[in-house]
Design a protein around this ligand. Structure first.
Ligand code: CMP
Length: 139
């Protein structure tokens, strides 16, 4: 399998509680190379744009509010089979269903404050990575 990329962001709950280092360590130990990384904050408009695919869902207004509530740490990651392997590493969206040892099982508080995002396809990984990082910031 060719080396490829995925996109992730550590969400406001996990950043605020000081889990950025622990989560980044798990990501690197699982064999992902960090291509780009920043600490930043989304405005409600930018959070709404990032999650636009969910705008018809009942949870969208709360999700936008939550994602704009504090600092986040977006990253682009590289590894063979990156998208699928990363989704395995983070576990199910709802932490109640996340397998033992996954990032969400370890750090998520609820289905909304679920510690971390992971792209669901190669195509979305590219779109989401480019949402945060210029080509010149990707190493
Ligand atoms: P994420 O993988 O970043 O993609 C969409 C986010 O919406 C999801 O993680 C959750 O944080 C949030 N969310 C809140 N409620 C739900 C829900 N009922 N189903 C799916 N996602 C939800």
């Amino acid at each position: 399998m060719a080396t490829n990329r995925t996109f992730t962001m550590i969400k406001p709950d996990a950043v605020a509680e000081g889990h950025t280092g622990s989560i980044t360590k798990l990501i690197e130990e699982a064999g992902f190379r960090i291509v780009a990384l920043r600490k930043t904050r989304l405005t409600p408009d930018r959070a709404g744009e990032f999650y636009a695919v969910h705008r018809e869902r009942g949870f969208y207004p709360d999700l936008v509010r939550y994602m704009a509530s504090g600092a986040i740490v977006p990253m682009i990651l590289e590894k063979e089979n990156a998208v699928a392997d990363f989704r395995k590493l983070i576990g199910a969206t709802n932490p109640a269903n996340a397998e033992a040892g996954t990032i969400r099982q370890l750090f998520a508080k609820s289905i909304e404050a679920n510690a971390i995002h992971g792209s669901d396809s190669d195509e979305n990984a590219a779109v989401e990575g480019n949402f945060f990082f210029a080509a010149t910031e990707q190493f």
